[in-house]
Design a protein around this ligand. Structure first.
Ligand code: PHE
Ligand code: NA
Length: 451
């Protein structure tokens, strides 16, 4: 080949490989890291949860990311058709399609409430830009947040804005520009978090926050906490919902799945721990309740933005980047349903996106009403928002993720899996130990204990 042709080829490969990793990191890093992780830590009592969560990421999450990509890369189709085909090819039951169906449904359910929280971030971008945080104290910060929750019209407006953005991006398929933006904006989010961690060091409560996050009080550990940690590991890595299977379907053979999975898991974990280290010093310095729940980030960070110099700009940048990070996740949540509608109905790409998006938007309205008008509507003792969250994180995601790892570890030809992973004998032994035993038994044990 000529030099020129060689150069083009190499560049193409590099850019598609990068593009894939960037999209996967974009899907993983989102509200789960910055909004959900800190409040779950607070509700679960701190470091014991964090350490179990880290173990779940490393021992269960990592092998399952790899398994989902491997499935997707072999199938090259939407998650449902991919599972049907792979099961058939390997002489397994057609029922494996349930994995794709359950995952697609989970993604749809998650997006409905994810978009409501994305809406909170949009609302806070406006508050930050109009100077609402300047000189704010903890009571005013609490009132600001509670005022938002109590106002269904406002929640609906911002939820609609966030969902419209998601639908717009998915329908127009502007993924190229999104990739380029992600490459710049994700690190920018990391930098702002770092600045906020720096601010935390000036509050005098940094040490308290660090020991809260990393010095475990094992008496806080119970089966509920472990299940929460496991569920969040799935949520934060975008596992168990067909998203990573769908992303894997665009992959060529040249990518090293294990290395890519490591990159995704590390980026995701760094951002989550960074968010924790940014938020808990503010919590302790202001005597706030770590167990306050889903509002935690939204009542703590404004206190910091209201005090530091340049806080207005920092606040605007922070919430803008949070919205961006949420969007790179929400588009991946809409994708499985869109793909399915596109391939199984006469709807085209745009039609499928609008239909799936509007259905999600409508369910989101039920979720946002559970903070006000419908706060008394309880199903299994949970309001609709909590029900959607718990049903997916603690039930559907772990089960579908378990299915993926069991399928790859037990139902596919072993030698071909070894080749797909590019592993030697020893590495493959380790993989088998994790994929056949540690990960599935871990998930089952957590389930068993929490029943
Ligand atoms: N992983 C995303 C987050 O942490 C949420 C998400 C879940 C995205 C599932 C896609 C699929 O915010
Ligand atoms: Na995440």
């Amino acid at each position: 080949a000529t030099m020129a042709a060689g150069a083009v080829k190499v560049h193409d490969h590099w850019s598609s490989r990068m593009g894939f990793i960037i999209a996967a990191v974009g899907s993983a890093v989102g509200l789960g890291n910055i909004w959900k992780f800190p409040y779950m830590v607070g509700q679960s009592g701190g470091a014991a949860f964090v350490l179990v969560y880290l173990a779940c990421i490393a021992l269960i999450g990592l092998p399952i990311i790899v398994a989902e990509w491997l499935i997707g890369r072999r199938g090259q189709k939407n998650p449902v058709n991919t599972m049907v085909e792979l099961a058939k090819k390997n002489g397994r039951s057609r029922n494996w399609a349930l994995l794709g169906i359950g995952g697609t449904l989970a993604a749809f359910l998650i997006l409905s409430f994810y978009s409501v929280i994305g809406g909170w971030a949009v609302s806070y971008l406006v508050e930050a830009g109009t100077g609402s945080f300047s000189g704010i104290d903890k009571d005013a910060a609490g009132a600001l947040f509670n005022g938002l929750l109590a106002d269904p019209a406002k929640l609906l407006l911002w939820h609609s804005v966030f969902m419209a953005l998601t639908i717009g991006v998915v329908a127009m398929g502007v993924s190229g520009g999104l990739e380029r933006a992600t490459k710049i904006l994700m690190p920018a989010l990391g930098v702002i978090l770092l600045i906020m961690v720096g601010y935390g060091m000036t509050t005098g409560s940094f040490g308290a926050a660090a020991s809260y996050l990393f010095t475990p009080d094992w008496s806080k550990l119970n089966s509920g906490v472990v299940l929460a940690a496991l569920g969040h590991a799935f949520f934060t890595l975008s596992l168990g919902m067909g998203v990573m299977i769908a992303y894997g379907s665009y992959l060529g053979q040249d990518i090293n799945l294990l290395r890519a999975a490591r990159t995704v898991a590390i980026s995701d974990t760094v951002i989550a721990l960074g968010a924790g280290m940014a938020i808990f010093p503010i919590v302790f310095a202001n005597g706030l309740d770590p167990a306050a729940g889903p509002g935690l980030v939204f009542v703590t960070l404004p206190l910091a933005f209201g005090k530091i110099s340049g806080g207005l700009i920092l606040g605007v940048m922070f919430f803008a980047l949070l919205i961006f990070a949420a969007l790179t996740s929400s588009i991946s949540l809409l994708e499985p349903a869109v793909e399915l509608l596109e391939e199984r109905t006469p709807l085209g790409r745009v039609g499928a996106t609008v239909v799936a998006g509007l259905a999600t938007w409508a369910l989101g309205i039920a979720a946002l009403l559970s903070f006000n008008e419908w706060s008394n509507v309880l199903i299994f003792g949970q309001n609709i928002f909590d029900l959607l969250d718990k049903l997916t994180s603690k039930f559907m995601l772990p089960l579908c993720g378990l299915g993926a790892i069991v399928f790859v570890a037990w139902c596919l030809d072993r030698e071909s899996v070894r080749k797909d992973l590019g592993l030697g004998t020893t590495g493959f032994r380790l993989w088998n130990l994790l994929a056949r035993y540690v990960a599935p038994i871990g998930v089952l044990a957590v389930f068993w204990n929490s029943l």
